[in-house]
Design a protein around this ligand. Structure first.
Ligand SMILES: Cc1cc2nc3c(=O)[nH]c(=O)nc-3n(C[C@H](O)[C@H](O)[C@H](O)COP(=O)(O)O)c2cc1C
Length: 322
């Protein structure tokens, strides 16, 4: 058992891992590392920083993911993120969307390892917090193990602190982002081999991992596990994360009470309850009546917290303070 945040993390997910989602997940697990969705470096340099970057101190440990392909801009943005208090800055080298390709960032950067190395080098020079990369096992026809190794070796020379590997290649033409998260097969072996052949590097595996038992199996081979969709669809799998993965015995507040208070506070700041409660939809996963609860959560229904399913959840999860 290691109390190292990257041992278990929740993946950056656009439209999902916003500050409300992160607040909710932090009530369930104290130690799991949380990621923001990708934010373009330029947006940070030119946009409303407070709105884009603000987070609740209880979200620590928290990493921000940057998008972009211009090393100087990425370095400036990284510095601003460090000043805001983020614990890590991560560069997106995995997003295959056509909009992102048009902007020359995301997964297409796997074809230019030197540019990524330059970006990491400039970001490292600008900040003291860890600078990490999230990438794929390959893109298009650059999908051999040796292609990925060449990418990692080049970026490692810039002292990249960690490599988070989504264990699927991306097809940049022909598949949309959603398909690129399910159609190309998972290649865990390539990630395991990378760790075996480069034991001095810190390697985190991502893709298709849905339980803490699976997490522990992967941790025999690599340094960390990153979970994406399962965190949204079945957030309660993280209830045992602090104990099972980090070996700590943390006592968490009552989730519903804390979320109720949070919603009231955010309402005063003009946030619609729906923007918060939509993240709770997965709580009812697999439960009778779950569909109604989910629909109510998605619309921010005022009676959401009065539903019988809540009492059932509370009883079933008594041991875990839900
Ligand atoms: C709705 C959604 C949005 C995503 N947005 C991002 C993103 O902003 N940055 C990123 O690196 N990956 C993004 N991803 C990919 C995830 O981080 C992760 O790599 C992928 O879902 C595979 O992990 P999983 O099988 O555990 O979900 C997104 C995935 C989903 C489902």
């Amino acid at each position: 058992m290691r109390l190292v945040p990257h041992t278990l993390s929740i993946a950056p997910m656009m439209d999902v891992t916003d500050r409300h989602f992160r607040f909710f997940l932090r009530l369930i697990t104290k130690h799991t590392l949380l990621y923001t969705p990708m934010i373009h470096a330029k947006a940070i340099l030119l946009g409303d920083r407070q709105r884009l970057l603000d987070f609740n101190p209880m979200e620590h440990p928290i990493a921000i993911q940057l998008g972009g392909g211009n090393p100087a801009e990425l370095a400036q943005a990284a510095k601003i993120c460090e000043e805001f208090g983020y614990d890590e800055v991560n560069l997106n080298v995995g997003c295959p969307s056509s909009r992102v390709q048009d902007g020359n960032f995301g997964a297409c950067l796997m074809a230019t390892p030197e540019l990524v190395a330059e970006a990491i080098s400039q970001m490292k020079a600008a900040v003291k917090i860890p600078v990490t990369v999230k990438h794929r096992v390959g893109i298009d026809d650059r999908d051999q193990y040796e292609d990925m190794l060449d990418f990692v070796d080049t970026v490692a020379k810039a002292n990249c602190d960690r490599f988070i590997v989504h264990a699927r290649k991306a097809w940049l033409n022909g598949l949309n982002p959603k398909q690129n998260r399910s159609v190309p097969p998972l290649c865990y072996d390539k990630v395991y081999r990378l760790k075996r052949e480069r034991p001095e590097l810190t390697i985190v595996i991502n893709g298709g991992i849905r339980t803490l038992d699976e997490t522990r199996t992967h941790l025999d081979q690599v340094d960390g596990v990153m979970i994406g969709r399962a965190a949204q669809e079945t957030p309660l799998i993280f209830v045992e994360a602090d104990g099972k993965i980090f070996g700590t015995n943390t006592r968490q507040p009552s989730i519903f009470e804390a979320m109720g208070e949070y919603i009231e506070k955010e309402k005063l700041a003009g946030i619609h309850p729906r923007d918060i409660t939509r993240h709770l939809a997965g709580l009812s996963h697999g439960m009778p009546g779950g569909k109604t609860w989910r629909a109510m959560a998605m619309e921010g229904h005022p009676d959401l917290f009065k539903q019988p399913i809540l009492a059932k959840l509370a009883v079933e999860r008594r041991a875990t303070n839900i």
